[in-house]
Design a binder for this molecule. Structure first.
Ligand code: PLP
Length: 365
């Protein structure tokens, strides 16, 4: 059945080897591998859980974590919840999550109560916002941070395991030695002022890994959380390929359901398309147009790239994508016909939506 997402587990293993070498051997950091872009695909979770250099398996969604909590524990890994939890999901946090990133004292109080009910000590990581303006205690509000730490340390069923930052997500702020050094500073301040030791000072996601090989990751940062670097082998600060990785662990395959020569300009009065937009077309004369059976419900057309360079994506609607295959001639590498499969490489958002779509099959090679 198509459309099909083909997942190459050997290539993912290659990426895992490469990024864990950078993070652990060169960066002296523990490694959390993030599964959210794959909706915690179970085969991939197994690969991660079995890797000797992975310390944590992380996700932003509790359902994804719940799907591999037992597996992670069997293999000696800890689970890490990345998204600050909803107050309505705290019972599940206690149940499935070893480490929980969090930024609201009111939520931490409720988590403490939930943990007490369950007879557990819940480990938390306090998130600090260094200026990207997504989640976290704002780095300039030091008094608030210390007040929160003081209250947390008095809670019987909460253990303050560390602090962390997330950058380059909302505000597109790039991690550098100077802003990450502020996180280390805050960690040292907390340790000194409250007489504790923080186990984790987590320096961010795939946008921080480039600092390792430049030797610019501040001393004191001892953990990274990597999703894109693992799945695609790219660091996200500048989009560069990390040494030893591949960007081709995933291929989308879709089937041609119509192939006809038609004009390139629609005929008749123009109104709105299926998504309420007023599209503009360029007259390229008659073209060979192939329709594949996958659409915007499954994937953003701008985030997939045909492997066959002769093909151009023209557009699509919920269930159809239209391709210009005019250049695919017999004397130029061969023609397509109805029933043939067209292949695409993916960017991160495409993998995210394709693994979310229940209409996309998966094959592992
Ligand atoms: C998604 C996410 C990550 C991983 O991000 P990548 O860029 O895929 O490495 C790390 N931390 C948090 C809080 C996240 O939400």
């Amino acid at each position: 059945m198509y459309p099909k997402l083909v997942i190459d587990l050997n290539k993912l293993k290659q990426n895992l080897d490469a990024v864990s070498e950078i993070t652990k051997d060169h960066g002296n950091c523990t490694l959390a591998v993030v599964t959210k872009v794959l909706c915690a695909d179970h085969k991939v979770a197994e690969l991660i859980a079995n890797h000797p250099k992975v310390d944590f398996i992380a996700d932003s969604r509790i359902q994804n974590i719940a799907s591999y909590t037992d597996l992670a524990h069997e293999k000696g890994k800890k689970t890490l919840l990345l998204r600050i939890p909803m107050q309505s999901e705290l019972a599940d946090v206690i149940r499935y999550v070893d480490l929980c990133q969090i930024s609201e004292i009111s939520t931490i109080r409720l988590l403490n109560q939930e943990a007490e009910k369950a007879g557990k000590i819940q480990k938390i990581i306090m998130m600090i916002d260094l200026g990207d303006l997504r989640e976290g205690f704002f780095f300039k509000d030091r008094a608030l941070i210390h007040e929160a730490v003081k209250e947390i340390l008095e809670m019987k069923n909460i253990e303050l395991f560390g602090i962390s930052v997330n950058l380059t997500c909302y505000g597109a702020i790039i991690p550098k030695n100077d802003n990450l050094s502020v996180l280390v500073e805050i960690a040292e301040e907390i340790e000194k002022e409250h007489g504790i030791k923080l186990n984790i000072v987590s320096g961010g996601n795939s946008s921080s890994i480039y600092l390792v090989d430049r030797g610019e990751l501040p001393n004191g940062i001892n953990n990274l959380r990597l999703g894109e670097a693992f799945a695609f082998g790219t660091e996200c600060a500048y989009g560069d390929r990390l040494p030893g990785t591949t960007g081709e662990a995933f291929i989308l395959e879709a089937e041609i359901v119509e192939l006809k020569n038609k004009p390139s300009l629609p005929i008749g009065e123009s109104g709105k398309d299926a998504f309420g937009n007023s599209p503009v077309f360029e007259d390229r004369g008659p073209m060979d147009r192939a329709i594949i059976a996958i659409g915007k419900q499954d994937v953003d057309l701008e985030k997939i790239v045909p492997v066959d360079e002769r093909i151009e994506i023209m557009g699509g609607s919920s269930d159809h994508i239209i391709l210009d295959v005019t250049n695919c001639k017999e004397d130029n590498g061969g023609k397509y016909k109805v029933g043939d499969i067209v292949r695409f490489t993916l960017f991160y958002p495409a993998l995210l939506s394709l693994t979310t779509s229940k209409y996309v099959e998966r094959e592992y090679v």
